[in-house]
Write a protein that binds this ligand. Sequence first.
Ligand code: T4K
Length: 382
Amino acid sequence: MAEPILVTRPYLPPLSELLPKLEHIWETRWLSNCGPCHEELEARLRVFLGALNLSLVVNGMSALEAAIHVALGEEREPDGEIVTTPYSFAATAHAVKRSGMVPVFADVRPSDLNVNPERVEAAITPRTRAIVAVHCYGNPCDVEALEAIARRHRLKLIYDAAHAFGVTLRGRSLLAFGDFATLSFHATKCFNTFEGGAVACRAPEDRRRIERYRNFGIEDELIPDVGTNAKMNEFNAAVGLVQLDHFQEVRALRAEVDRHYREAFAEIAGIEPLASVPDAAPSHAYFPVLVGDDFPLTRDELVERLGADGVHARRYFHPLLSNLAPYRGLHSAAPENLPVANRAAERVICLPIYPDLSQADQQRVLDPIRAACALGGVRGAA
Ligand code: T4K
């Protein structure tokens, strides 16, 4: 039986490149609290990502929590609302909820499955304090429209850019948009430090507050604020330094897989890869496709068919956040309010994509899809 093909396989640099950094950590016994690897990675990422005010944290969820905490400041009435997307990973809505705010879901656009600015504006009430939008799969949101809405209503704009490491829009870093943008460096992301993340912000004063928040609220031996412990340790930072040297080659390899899949799907009726966003330079974190009504299998039948051949595609993002137990009672979570997101969540499959996914394994992903397409048949009969 051939090895299973998982939806992703983390890139790891040659161990020999990491070992000297680990030896240094062992010699110096500087393990955490913004040590030399942490400082170097932060400085290099600021340059590499074009984000002057970037701060490292432990993971993408903490990055979002930190951004929301600092964005809201004292404006934290118990019934305060944050308008967000239902089409994301649990971390997005959980970070809103854990900040004590109520998530208000706005529907997404069919073109990129990012939150629809018109629906965002329609969801704003006098209780709204912020917008949390997601650059889903690394595809940029309509940043101009969201910016205009945030300004018009004097709201903080936070981007969950967990999928968007290294993505640029018209040559500009995606992290340059919004008041805050957050990244994840989880094992499954295209730049990984095993676990890790970062917050980028527009205002230097906000960066100071993020860095205070991630370190228990401590600043100059004073503790003016309630904070948390979200500091990245030296091991993760050392991994990040080595990974960064390889990011462009990893991105190029992912782009090859993306190109090959797109060529193949041009000839498979009924399966639509999500279109690339014009003017964006992607990093190919995911390869989402939508299973159409004219494909002979339903989405779930296709997932099962692939699984039987050892191909473990994933239904990111199903179930929709608005259909999860903590959120489905919300007024905004009603399926009638979110028709585009509900439809996408029923049709989407993310296919395996990672830098060392061989040509042969790409064929193993495509073969059952081609076979199903060629055989035709009756949906629901499988
Ligand atoms: N915002 C958004 C929009 C996000 O998508 C995420 C995370 C966050 C915020 C929060 O960022 P973090 O706090 O995680 O930094 C995975 C990831 O755990 C999660 O980071 C990611 N989004 C989400 C979309 O996917 P699962 O539960 O699907 O992961 P899991 O364990 O099933 O792994 C996926 C595949 O990767 C498996 O087939 C196995 C493979 N894998 C996984 C790990 C952890 C490996 O080969 N090696 C590994 O070490 O959530």
